[in-house]
Design a protein around this ligand. Structure first.
Ligand code: ADP
Ligand code: MG
Length: 446
């Protein structure tokens, strides 16, 4: 019943957890059966069941419930005859595990290769440089530093480099690690008194790939170790590649000497994809999943998910799941329904300023007329600014028109409010969740 829901659930989860985690734990889950209320899966051992239950059950349940639209129970059974794909699992000595995948390869997601990386104006420099480096590590730019926002393909490129090198240079010692794991590795080595082997491990690498290196900012000991590792590898002409969510000069809490080293080689950015590129990416994923999706629907998704490729991909998986669930023709209407809670309101229906003003006023316990008044007291000004922000982001009204609807405010006042609330929204978690709750309320009233 829920076979494809299960598949799309895993697809969505694979976008959120690291490939190593996915490969080690989640890929051990085998789908068995499902009925209206539950999905039954099997894993090879009790230990794996415990770990999955503890670390991933909530995530899995959230995804399934969100896709199906109601609570579905996940039943995990243990069955040692369902084979395990990987060579070794930390802390599971004595478990019989069949060997299938080469451990050298298991750190990389087989989907993240150059052939599956769509190249366009937003990432062409990064992609071209990555390819050259992969064909000739240590010869061109050292280090290669790739930066860009979330979900734009940094990890994909890094894995593509790693996998190309693994295939071509069999003898090379390759280290792929996230900034976060590098910190943890450092801390553990200090606690266990194994700093020596920590140093040897990193300084003897032939290729060092660090994903999300921005996380080591402000971690003094870790930065120091990376600095020395860098110097050793650099002198030995060993290739290093780093990814980060921002360029070196904006890594404010990084030591200067490390920051300047990050800039010694080539720095390339990845920007959000333009419309044509988003369409090509969607087409490629659709082909991979062997689906048929009408052009109009592809365009609809490409128009609505503009700045994050991971979201673009999630939208597609969600659409597939919804389609399989309702068994209706895959058209625009179906896509709108499937993706309703993922896309901004204006693309679904016209939304009135009135509705936004009412909902925000309600949430802050002020009256609708106060919202539209000129009053400047703080308890009214803040909700009014929030309402302006929501109107600006979710409708097509100009700032002048918005000003008119809020007690005849000047357009520059509106711009000020929108910027101020936007900043607070980005930087204040509590505030963000409060505003998100209001936005959700508004959507439910459409
Ligand atoms: P980041 O590390 O920048 O947050 P990822 O590399 O994890 O982003 O990419 C998010 C998702 O988008 C991945 O599934 C990846 O395969 C996909 N993706 C990103 N860029 C491209 C691209 N240019 N072509 C095809 N898929 C891409
Ligand atoms: Mg990443």
């Amino acid at each position: 019943m829920y076979t494809s829901i299960w598949k799309e659930t895993l697809n969505l989860i694979s976008l959120e957890v690291s490939y190593q985690e996915y490969n080690t734990w989640l890929s051990q889950i085998h789908y068995l059966s499902s009925d209206d209320k539950s999905i039954t899966v099997a894993v090879p051992s009790k230990l794996i069941k415990d770990i999955i239950t503890e670390r991933y059950l909530k995530l899995i349940n959230d995804k399934i419930n969100n896709l199906v639209g109601k609570k579905i129970k996940l039943i995990i059974s243990v069955n040692s005859s369902v084979s395990s794909k990987i060579t070794s699992i930390p802390g599971t000595k004595g478990n019989k595990i069949t060997k299938k995948i080469n451990p050298r390869q298991s750190m990389f997601n087989p989907k993240y290769i150059f052939d599956k990386f769509v190249v366009g104006g937003s990432n062409d420099l990064a992609a071209a440089a990555a390819k050259k480096i992969a064909e000739n590590p240590g010869k061109y730019w050292n280090p290669f530093f790739v930066y860009g926002g979330v979900g734009l393909g940094k990890t994909h490129l890094l894995h593509a480099i790693g996998q190309t090198i693994i295939d071509m240079f069999l003898e090379m010692k390759i280290l792929y690690i996230t900034g976060e794991s590098f910190i943890n590795d450092y801390i553990t080595s200090i606690q266990k008194g194994t700093m020596n082997s920590f140093r040897i491990k990193y300084r003897k690498a032939d290729l060092l790939l660090i994903d999300d290196v921005h996380s080591i900012q402000g971690k003094e000991g870790t930065m120091e170790e990376l600095f020395h590792t860098f110097n050793t590898l650099y002198a030995a002409k060993k290739q290093m590649v780093f990814t980060s969510d921002r360029p070196p000069k904006e890594l404010k809490k990084l030591e200067d000497r490390l920051r300047s080293r990050f800039e010694w080689g080539l720095t390339a950015d990845i920007q959000p994809p333009n419309f044509e590129m988003r369409e090509s990416i969607l087409r490629q994923k659709i082909q991979e999943e062997k689906y048929t999706v009408p052009e109009k629907v592809i365009r609809f998704i490409a128009e609505n998910f503009t700045w994050n490729i991971r979201e673009l991909e999630s939208a597609l998986y969600k659409l597939f799941a919804y389609h399989d669930l309702v068994h209706e023709e895959l058209n625009i209407d179906l896509a709108k329904r499937a993706l309703k809670d993922m896309i901004s309101i204006k693309s679904i229906e016209d939304i009135s300023i009135d509705l936004i003003q009412k909902k925000v006023a309600n949430a802050f316990n002020i009256s609708f007329s106060d919202m539209k008044s000129k009053k400047r007291t703080k308890n009214i000004a803040l909700p009014r600014q929030i309402a302006m922000y929501i109107v600006r982001n979710f409708t097509d009204y100009s700032t002048t028109e918005i000003g008119n609807e809020f007690g005849g405010k000047d357009h520059s006042t509106v711009i000020h409010a929108v910027t101020k609330i936007g900043n607070k929204y980005e930087n204040d978690e509590m505030f963000k969740s409060r505003v998100d709750r209001i936005i959700k309320e508004i959507k439910q009233n459409l």
